[in-house]
Design a protein around this ligand. Structure first.
Ligand code: NDP
Length: 212
């Protein structure tokens, strides 16, 4: 399987790359620092299109790169416009533009799939206040997945959106529930199970359905 993943240099993305490569998938992953061999800042729309133009056939596109910039911000005075702009550029706009740019590459696959790594923090049913920017960005990512699943079904492309668990990475912190390996193993099983029969799913890494 030909896999392309954004943000593969550390955290959950690096572990997905490691496990999928180990089992024999051909995985290309991008990183801002170029350490994965493919340098790409996903918020650079021009670079993103150039990269997609040379990427070739893709069976699975994983939109993993993300930022969480407003943890612990105060409602009174916090959440400045720069944080909104940066977060939405990476967590929302770049997800859409990555998918859009790779549609021709996905069209070359026999069974193309798109996986978006969102978060339970974007679930409207699990809204518990705070982190307005991150929550709104992940809610938008979930919404994108749902709408793309409708439009891409006639093209044979299955779309899934996932909560990776609360994971011990730089973003999740040392006190999180699970390690990156456990999250990645679960997510890879979800990607394998994703098909047109249930396109548009929002699932936890362990397969539990998530509330939208
Ligand atoms: P990390 O902070 O450990 O890693 C984030 C990754 O995204 C890094 O590879 C980072 O690259 C990359 N990235 C950030 N901004 C850009 C950009 N502009 N261009 C390209 N790459 C970028 O996070 P996790 O591994 O924990 O998170 C992975 C995904 O899972 C994210 O979408 C996150 O929102 C989501 N998630 C994580 C949870 C957790 O508990 N950890 C819970 C729920 C969701 P760089 O090194 O250059 O910064």
């Amino acid at each position: 399987m030909h896999v392309l993943l954004t943000g593969g240099n550390r955290g959950i993305g690096a572990e997905i790359v490691r496990q999928m490569s180990e089992r024999g998938d051909h995985v290309i992953s991008t990183s801002r620092d170029g350490s994965t061999g493919h340098r790409l800042d996903v918020s650079d729309g021009t670079a993103l299109k150039q990269f997609a133009g040379a990427a070739g056939t893709i069976d699975l596109l994983v939109c993993n790169a993300g930022v969480f910039l407003d943890r612990g911000q105060e409602l009174d005075g916090g959440f400045d416009a720069d944080k909104w702009a940066h977060t939405f550029a990476v967590n929302v706009t770049a997800v859409f533009q990555t998918i859009q740019a790779h549609l021709p590459n996905l069209a070359e696959s026999q069974s193309p799939k798109i996986a978006i790594i969102a978060s339970q923090m974007g679930s409207s049913e699990r809204a518990s206040g705070g982190s307005y920017i991150y929550r709104a960005s992940k809610a938008a990512a979930i919404n994108l997945a749902t709408n793309l699943s409708i439009d891409l079904e006639p093209r044979g492309v299955a779309v899934g959106v996932y909560h990776p668990g609360w994971v011990r990475t730089e973003m999740g912190g040392a006190g999180a529930d699970i390690d990156a390996a456990t999250s990645a193993t679960g997510l890879i099983a979800r990607f394998d199970a994703l098909s047109l029969a249930h396109t548009g799913v929002f699932e936890n890494y362990d397969g539990t359905p998530m509330p939208y």
